[in-house]
Write a protein that binds this ligand. Sequence first.
Ligand SMILES: [Zn+2]
Length: 125
Amino acid sequence: MVTASAAANRRAIAKAQVRGGLKIVRELGGGVYAVSGSMGTEYRVQDGAELVCTCPAGQAAMPCYHSAAVWLRRVAQRANATPHTPTRETAAQVRERLREESRVNVARWNDADLDDAPSLYAAAV
Ligand SMILES: [Zn+2]
């Protein structure tokens, strides 16, 4: 990953996902991972301040999907470790949610009216 362009990193991440994402990563311990390469080769990725891969691209400080797969694993672990915090809704999301909820309530009222039709008249008698 090192100091590549954002586009190159995105390509590496996309390729890692196509190749199986977290499934191609095997933890060896000590921040070292074995990642399956496309030709059956297994590369080692060291997860430290930056991700360093033993593949030719990695050795040339270019983003590779092996490092990207380990990065995906790191992101997934962080997501699992982070306690759930409610996300802030935008004004548009609040409007849409309220619209949905009011539709549900309208349906509920209609159902109740149909089920309980005699009692609607009972009060008027
Ligand atoms: Zn690599």
